[in-house]
Design a protein around this ligand. Structure first.
Ligand SMILES: [Fe+2]
Ligand SMILES: [Fe+2]
Length: 180
């Protein structure tokens, strides 16, 4: 079940410890990238099943992005947001260039990363943010489950290499977005 509106926490982002501000900056970067992944998929695919899948997910990712943008002052966002958007779009284009399985695998890997990214913050962050982070994470779990439902075989070597690149790329992006 996809969450409805995620309430903005009753806390000023700039009053939060720097570590948390950095986490939130990486969250915003990730959601900006996620929106563009689905836009990239929709730019390339002609497959009605993938179009439907991507449109549904895009709607949720737009909600996630709006949540952060309605809450976080612009100066708290990553200075490299254009880069996260571009790499998200490119990821979506590549994901949709292969077979359906390749698209679903890409989403499965990305969502798995995002779920554990939010999990770390839920475990170690301030309690005022817990509910919003949990709702975001629930949606990502739902997205992963939807992708997983269509994955009926094990990835081949190329797909494993792509998964590895996605995981490393996501990790690197979080590290950079936390800083810049
Ligand atoms: Fe999201
Ligand atoms: Fe998602």
């Amino acid at each position: 079940m996809i969450s409805n509106t995620i309430s903005i926490p009753d806390v000023d982002v700039e009053q939060l410890p720097l570590r948390i501000q950095r986490d939130l900056r990486s969250d915003h970067a990730g959601e900006a990238g996620a929106v563009m992944i689905y836009k990239g998929i929709l730019k390339v695919t002609k497959d009605p099943e993938i179009i439907n899948f991507a449109k549904n997910h895009l709607e949720t990712e737009n909600k996630h992005l709006s949540f952060f943008e309605n809450w976080m002052p612009r100066k708290n966002r990553s200075k490299l947001t254009f880069l996260w958007k571009m790499s998200g779009f490119l990821t979506g284009v590549i994901a949709a260039s292969g077979a359906r399985y390749f698209t679903y695998l890409t989403i499965y890997i990305i969502e798995s990363f995002v779920i554990s990214h939010y999990q770390k913050q839920i475990r170690t962050g301030p309690s005022q943010l817990c509910e919003a982070l949990r709702m975001l994470q629930q949606d990502e779990k739902h997205h992963r489950k939807e992708a997983e439902a269509f994955m009926c075989n094990a990835p081949n070597l190329l797909e494993r290499l792509w998964s590895f690149a996605l995981e490393k790329g996501s990790k690197g992006a979080v590290l950079m977005a936390r800083l810049i």
